[in-house]
Design a binder for this molecule. Structure first.
Ligand code: EZ4
Ligand code: CO
Length: 404
């Protein structure tokens, strides 16, 4: 018996970006934190938690982590999907946090202990023009990074995913409607190989290069791009096609040896199963927050391990430092780990979520604090109120909606 959950709080806050945070307390005074942020749908998951999940949790034994997961997942008729799974994910993270604090051990220790000295990560280098991009790559290299994601502009376009004309890149815009962008996949497919070739030439053979196509291509375009990028030897090419049509990846795979990564919008092991079992991808990108927390992510990684697929979790700045902590603890203890995306956070976000995990020289460390090792500074957290913010909507040059 591990006491009882006696308080469930959902905090919606906006230190630069919008975050949904779950805080559980036990009757004997322990606190557990979970991240439930779903970018652009924050209030939906906050309602799911406070209206539907919170009342179920009160009085339960927080040590029954797997049982509570099954209760919230199988016990509800309507299930799967990003809102449900982020809510369950937040509860699961908070329960592992409580267990760690109760035991006086970091979560990675509860997961079986370290299997590596540090957790490899990659950051984002971008430049609208190639010379700016090469300067950005140099900054990452000087920091000691071994993995770098590179994104650039496309001639003739004003806005392109992953890059801006100034040095700041923040995809989500405040306002009642998403900002709109015009995109030309054909021009992008023609241009991207030149960009990656210039980066490879500049950075030399040793560094690992990653690139994100953000669900914008047809299967044929994706295959052509993968082939054209082979001389640049990518670590991975991410999200080449919209993930619903999983058979498309088989076609892409038949035509290129460029490694493929996908899954940042997947929510359950069943979303990943076909691609993993058929070995159609090299890296599975589910984020611990959006795929049901630590308990469920472990199962996804275990399925991946059997099929030679590695973890490469999503880690933009809208995955809060709590979910980042959970991911780093998994990265320290999961054998088939590839690399953790680490976009980084504005200073205010680090201040709002003081954390034991750390980043330096291109790698992450979980730290040795008990639990997930993240606290809340509520004054900073609530210093900016939530306002609606959305990732952009993309349209083709003729106005047809394109996948963001
Ligand atoms: O577009 O952060 O790999 N990273 C990404 C991100 C996403 C947004 C959505 O959460 O694709 O930049
Ligand atoms: Co991505």
């Amino acid at each position: 018996m591990n006491d009882r959950i006696d308080s469930v709080e959902v905090l919606v806050s906006s230190p630069v970006r919008n975050y949904v945070t779950l805080r559980l307390r036990t009757a004997d005074g322990l606190v557990g934190l979970g991240d439930a942020t779903v970018n652009g749908r924050e209030l939906a998951v906050a309602s799911y938690l406070s209206d539907h999940v919170g009342p179920l949790l009160e009085g339960l034994d927080p040590g029954r982590i797997e049982d509570i997961w099954q209760y919230l997942y199988r016990g509800a008729y309507w299930r799967r999907g990003p809102i449900t799974m982020a809510a369950i994910g937040a509860v699961d993270m908070a329960l592992w946090d409580i267990l760690g604090r109760r035991a006086g051990l970091p979560v990675y220790q509860l997961l079986g202990g370290r299997v590596r000295d540090h957790v490899p990560s990659y950051g984002h280098a971008f430049g609208w023009e190639i010379p700016q991009l090469l300067d950005a790559v140099d900054i990452h290299l000087a920091r000691g990074a071994r993995h770098i994601r590179v994104q650039s502009g496309v001639p003739g376009l004003d806005k392109v995913y992953g890059v801006s004309k100034d040095l700041d890149y923040e995809p989500a815009g405040r306002g009642a409607r998403p900002p709109e962008e015009r995109f030309d996949p054909e021009a992008y497919v023609r241009h991207a190989p030149k960009v990656l070739e210039a980066v490879r030439e500049h950075a030399g053979p040793d560094v690992e290069l990653l690139h994100d196509a953000h669900h914008r291509l047809t299967p044929t375009q994706a295959a052509q791009l993968g082939k054209a990028l082979e001389p640049s030897r990518l670590f991975w090419l991410e999200d080449v096609t919209p993930a619903e049509d999983q058979e498309a990846l088989r076609f892409v795979r038949q035509h290129t040896t460029t490694p493929l990564a996908i899954g940042e919008v997947f929510n359950t092991i069943w979303d990943c199963q076909y691609l993993i079992e058929n070995r159609l991808i090299d890296y599975i990108r589910t984020a611990v927050v959006h795929a049901g927390g630590i308990s469920h992510s472990r199962k996804i990684y275990a399925l991946a391990e059997v099929h030679g697929v590695k973890a490469g979790p999503h880690g933009p700045s809208d995955v809060s430092p709590i979910a980042m902590a959970a991911s780093i603890h998994m990265g320290a203890s999961v054998h088939n780990w590839g690399v953790q995306e680490y976009m980084g956070y504005p200073e205010k976000v680090h201040d709002a979520f003081p954390h034991a995990w750390s980043y330096s020289d291109g790698v992450l460390q979980p730290g040795d604090a008990a639990g997930l090792g993240v606290e809340l500074d509520e004054a900073v957290l609530s210093s900016e109120p939530y306002t609606t913010a959305y990732l952009p909507t993309a349209r083709r040059l003729d106005g047809t909606v394109l996948d963001w």
